[in-house]
Each structure stands twice: as C-alpha cells, then as structure tokens.
Design a protein around this ligand. Structure first.
Ligand code: PMM
Length: 299
C-alpha cells in the first residue's frame, strides 16, 4: 500500500483553478500546421477556438496554446509567425474568461501573451532556450512551468544519455528552479515538469513516472505531459506488436493521468480531454472520501 499527497498548486491562479482540490486538466491547443487545416488565418482561428470549446465542454480546466511544434525533429518557427499563431487565440479565450497558458520558449512571445490575457507561461526549455525568459516571467508576475529539457527538438533524441535518469532530471530541474528564483520569480509561481519525451526516448520515461515523488520533494507543484507520446506505444498493444499511433495512445495516456493524479500532480497536459477529466475526478473523489479518515489517499 502506498499513500499519496494531495496536489499543491502555484499562485496566483484565477479563482476557479485556485480552489480546485484535484489535479487540473490542461487541454492542448497546438496552433501549428500539423494540428489544424492549412486554410486562411481566420479559418485557423475558428478551428482553434472550436477545438478549445470542445475541450472545455469535456472538462478541461485550462487551455495551453502553442504556436511552435516541439515534436522530435521539428525545426524552429520564426518569432513573428509564432506571435501570429498564438496571440489571436489567447485574446479570444481570455475574453471568454478561459484560463490560458502559453507554450513558448520565447520571452517576447511570453510577454505578448500575458499582455493578451494569458495567466501562465509554459516553457518546455525551462528557461534555457531564451536568456530573457525568466526576466520576462518575473516582470509579468504569472506562474511558469519549467520542463526538463536538454536541447531543441531537432537534436533532442541524441541527448537521451543518462546514468541515472531520475537523479539527473531532479538535479537539472532544481537548478532551473534556482535560476528562475535568482531572476526574481517567486517560488510560489514555479511548476516543474519531468519533460517526458524531451531528450528521453522510450525507456528513459518510465523511471520518471515511477519516481514523481522524488521530483515532488523539490517542493514545487508538478505538471505531467505524457499525452500521446511515443513511449506509450510500449503500453498500447496493437496488431502484430506495432504501436497504434498518436490517437491510439489515448487509453494509455488516461491510465497515466490516473497515476499522476494519485501521486499528487497539480496538472496533466492532454489532447483528448474527456477520459483524462474523468481520471482526475475519480482520484479526486477517492481522495475526498479518504481525507475524512486519514488525510491521504491510500491506493
Ligand atoms: N510536451 C509537448 C509540448 N509542450 N509542455 C509541457 N509543460 N510538458 C510537456 O510534456 C509538453 C509541453 C509536446 O507535445 P505536443 O507536441 O503533443 O503538444
């Protein structure tokens, strides 16, 4: 039997999220050519907003808007193009009182996004890609997700070299959290993320999921972004042992969400919201019941 802590969360957050006593569900809105049709800019905006509406209806608590793909091997996107993709979506969502985070490695995009109404910055490089990022986030006064990262997508698979992946990720992330605080970011605004799939091919991801508590010991809320990632193929049986492809990884994603929620993760970042929204609510309901007796969930 193992017991798990309730989630801790960053601040400041809008009231609906600040009061949430279960793991939050972040729906992914990737405004990239891979994710949406190649139609005109207006059509892209409409498609993005429709997708967000659906995720919110299915139980997403916040939406993560990104304009740069970070899939393995992806090239970088120009700053101007990233702004053109992201800012209109952020503005529209913020106008509708939706909590928005913005997935960017650029300080300029982060600052513009907060001005447009974003409540949080999600930097998959943990502040390493842009030396101005931490100053921008400190000035904006919003929470920031710092993901474990070793290099840009174009070469990240070659950086999957660890003697002890858990110890190295914990050490490297704690250095990023220290650097963020040195730049003036309040510790209450920092969220850490093990960076599944970032400089981690298949086998490197599982030990991190087995040891989320080690990351939690650093004292910051955790975000887990496992959704549809390649390593889930090994947990997603398909015909002839072939992996099922991204959509076919949704059941394994939801299973992992359950595990992350049971371990007290603050947030999970997912594509297919419905099953994950149910998973965090199941754990929330068990925790609530169990809290009345022992103060912790025991699974
Ligand atoms: N993964 C992707 C993009 N952004 N953000 C955080 N915080 N954590 C992640 O694991 C993460 C992320 C890549 O996935 P996608 O291309 O399917 O969005």
């Amino acid at each position: 039997m193992t017991s798990f802590p309730p989630p801790c969360r960053p601040s400041p957050l809008p009231p609906a999220l600040a009061e949430l006593d279960r793991t939050a569900v972040m729906g992914i809105c990737n405004v990239t050519p891979d994710s949406f049709s190649d139609g005109g800019r207006y059509m892209e905006l409409v498609a993005a907003l429709d997708h967000c509406d659906q995720m919110l209806a299915e139980g997403a608590d916040l939406i993560d808007v990104g304009g740069e793909s970070t899939r393995p091997g992806a090239p970088r996107v120009e700053e101007g193009e990233e702004l053109r993709r992201v800012i209109p979506v952020v503005k529209e969502l913020a106008d509708r009182a939706v909590t928005v985070s913005v997935d960017t490695m650029r300080a300029s995009v982060a600052s513009a996004a907060v001005q447009a109404g974003a409540a949080m910055i999600n930097d998959v490089s943990g502040g390493l890609a842009d030396p101005d990022m931490f100053n921008a986030v400190a000035a904006a006064g919003v929470p920031v997700v710092l993901t474990h990262w070793r290099g840009h997508s174009i070469g990240m698979d070659g950086l999957d070299r660890y003697d002890d992946v858990v110890a190295e990720v914990v050490t490297e992330l704690s250095r990023r959290a220290e650097a963020a605080q040195e730049a003036g970011i309040d510790p209450s605004r920092i969220v850490l993320d093990p960076g599944l799939g970032f400089a981690k091919t298949g086998a490197s991801n599982w030990p991190l999921l087995a040891s989320l508590d080690r990351l939690g010991e650093l004292g910051f809320p955790l975000l887990v972004g496992a959704s549809r990632k390649r390593f889930l193929d090994s947990a997603s049986p398909g015909p002839g042992g072939v992996g099922p492809g991204p959509d076919g990884r949704d059941p394994a994603t939801a299973a992992l969400t359950t595990v992350a929620a049971a371990q007290g993760a603050w947030c999970v970042r997912v594509h297919a919201v419905a099953a994950n929204a149910a998973a965090v609510r199941v754990i929330g309901a068990i925790r609530e019941h169990d809290l009345s007796r022992s103060g912790q969930v025991v699974l």
